[in-house]
Design a protein around this ligand. Structure first.
Ligand code: COA
Length: 321
């Protein structure tokens, strides 16, 4: 028996912010942003939350899979921007959906979060603990972006994507790999609440994204192709066997670097970051949903999903649609 994605859904905030709008806030230009990143616009929350976006994406994934919320046994939300420390976003989504039976919890592996959550769902289902899962990536990154820092604020967007996963007769996940490198954590980070109690306090922290863009770029272009190769070997497949590479949408130049290193055809690498920016854990499921609804994912197609980002974390998954 295989474990397969049977439905997809996504949700984006209504407000679209163009590069031109960005020039009102920081010293930048549409040309600079497009040339260095490929991004043209992104959706920014004017009140939509990680939970409301996730719940909407889940409703659409359930409808697409022909399933009811009440059937959900496992609900995983990958996010690094939850509204609350407690309760977790997944429990709030469970309540909004009425998925009373589901076991719900969050998982944070930044831009690799959705992929790590998908692999977690696979492990639970493979072990026979649950029969199905809703796996979600949801982010409101606009609240942790420093809107005075032109080197980061132009990169990110808000949104959510979800998939319904269950056992299937054929197709599904054929192999996956995951990696973490905590020693490189400082190249992309965002502080949380400060320690402030009767016995201790820590110096003021910076609750905004701080990034060494060049280091992140070099990491992605070097590690992601190697990681994809590793997952393909596990699935006993080659680069040429793959029909589509659904990669984390961080930067068009990173994606170019990856297909060049792999020796793969550029047209196998769909891109939507020009319209949505980098949505961290939401990037892969939103792109999957777009491809699915456009009818570009045919049964039997071979896909590689790959996520990478803060942690550092990175991984790849090979699956048959
Ligand atoms: N508009 C105009 N100029 C900008 C700018 C902006 N939005 N952001 C930075 N610059 C300037 C810098 O200040 C610098 O100016 P200087 O030469 O006068 O000092 C110049 O552009 C070059 O900056 P640099 O950081 O060297 O540019 P870069 O070519 O490395 O591109 C990134 C910057 C962020 C686009 C690139 O490093 C990148 O994409 N890294 C990966 C980031 C990422 O994807 N992170 C998430 C991973 S999940």
């Amino acid at each position: 028996m295989a474990i397969k994605i049977m439905g997809t859904g996504s949700a984006l905030p209504e407000k679209i912010m163009t590069n031109e709008d960005m020039t009102q806030l920081v010293d930048t230009s549409d040309a600079w942003i497009r040339e260095r990143t490929g991004i043209g616009s992104r959706h920014i929350s004017t009140g939509e939350t990680v939970v409301s976006l996730a719940a909407q994406a889940c409703r659409r994934a359930l409808e697409n899979a022909g399933r009811e919320a009440a059937e959900t046994e496992l609900l995983l939300v990958a996010t690094c921007t939850p509204e609350r420390g407690i309760p977790c976003a997944a429990c709030q989504v469970q309540s909004e959906l009425g998925a009373a039976r589901a076991v719900a919890f969050d998982l944070n592996a930044a831009c690799a979060g959705f992929l790590f959550a998908l692999h977690t769902a696979w492990a639970y289902i493979e072990a026979g603990i649950y029969r199905n899962a809703l796996v979600v990536g949801s982010e409101v990154l606009s609240k942790i972006v420093d809107w005075t820092d032109r080197s980061t604020c132009v990169l990110f967007g808000d949104g959510a994507g979800a998939v319904w996963v269950e056992r299937s007769e054929r197709g599904g996940i054929r192999g996956f790999v995951q990696h973490s490198d905590g020693n490189k954590g400082a190249v992309l980070q965002c502080d949380s609440r400060e320690l402030h109690n009767p016995f201790a306090s820590v110096p003021s922290q910076t609750p905004y994204i701080q990034m060494d863009g060049r280091e992140v770029f070099a990491f992605a272009v070097r590690q992601v192709p190697a990681c994809i190769q590793e997952a393909l070997e596990q699935a006993q497949m080659t680069v040429q066997d793959v029909d589509l590479y659904v990669l984390h949408q961080a930067n068009k130049r990173i994606i170019e670097g990856i297909y060049k290193r792999l020796g793969a055809e550029p047209e196998k690498f769909p891109i939507n970051l020009d319209r949505v920016g980098n949505m961290s854990s939401a990037a892969i499921p939103v792109l999957l949903d777009e491809l699915n609804r456009e009818g570009k994912l045919k049964e039997g197609m071979l896909l590689v999903l790959s996520g990478f980002g803060a942690g550092l974390t990175y991984g790849a998954c090979v699956l048959e649609w």
